[in-house]
Design a protein. Structure first.
Length: 84
């Protein structure tokens, strides 16, 4: 998916290696897609949780919908793992 800019100070990256915030590895704690995209990322080295709201105007239209789709895919994968 590449780099998603949520604000001037927060560079969110998601790739095959996981989530990154400003280059630091993160664990995705929470993701909501309504009324705006809200991510909670937990720093894997400090356990600090940061909440980031992504408004449509802050990322490209394409990346906004990629994030929404990604949430749905991860949510369904989590349910599948829980049912196994």
């Amino acid at each position: 998916m590449g780099l998603l800019r949520a604000s001037k100070s927060n560079d969110i990256t998601f790739n095959e290696q996981g989530w990154f915030l400003n280059g630091q590895p993160q664990a995705l704690v929470y993701f909501a897609s309504w009324p705006w995209l809200t991510l909670q990322l937990k720093d894997q080295s400090t356990s600090h949780v940061k909440t980031i709201r992504v408004l449509r105007g802050q990322v490209s239209h394409e990346n906004y919908w990629k994030l929404s789709l990604l949430f749905r895919v991860q949510f369904s994968q989590g349910i599948k793992k829980g049912l196994q």
